[in-house]
Design a binder for this molecule. Structure first.
Ligand code: HEM
Length: 125
């Protein structure tokens, strides 16, 4: 298998896992089980996200796609920063529930935007 296909499979698989693990942690908090923070669920999402971003950098190297040249990719990176910030607020147990719900919705909307940009690669910018 080519480096491109390996990176692409790794990127897409870890992209799906990141959303699943985010949703699982949100749901655990929602049903009053914050104890996941004392389980491997504390570090597995970070390991997955490291693989996701490593594969992303690999894809930028092996494909002609370039951030700040292709608008969809630039927009993807901006939304990624938004997803990380909103996601961190959504999972912070010290913040109020309404604030965390809004942050969770913002995170999910932004990650949906990332998938949309990745799949359709609209030409703009
Ligand atoms: C949460 C973050 C991310 C998610 C969920 C995500 C998701 C995806 C998905 C699903 C694809 C496959 C699209 C297809 O099948 O055509 C893709 C492609 C791609 N992603 Fe990401 N991505 C993320 C972050 C990034 C970042 C940060 C970069 C660059 C620095 C990046 C670079 C790329 C490139 C270059 C492709 C195109 C590969 C190709 O079609 O040949 N991704 N992304």
């Amino acid at each position: 298998m080519s480096a491109y296909l390996i990176l692409k499979h790794l990127h897409v698989t870890t992209a799906l896992i990141t959303v699943v693990l985010f949703a699982v942690r949100l749901l655990m908090d929602l049903v009053g089980r914050p104890g996941w923070r004392q389980t491997p669920l504390r570090w597995i999402p970070h390991a997955n996200d490291t693989l996701l971003l490593t594969a992303a950098i690999g894809l930028v190297v092996v494909t002609p796609w370039m951030p700040f040249v292709h608008g969809w990719l630039t927009a993807k990176i901006i939304l990624l920063i938004g997803y990380i910030v909103a996601g961190a607020f959504a999972l912070k147990p010290t913040l109020s529930k309404p604030f965390r719900v809004v942050a969770a919705m913002l995170a999910l909307v932004q990650v949906a935007g990332i998938f949309h940009l990745a799949l359709f690669k609209p030409a703009f910018g």
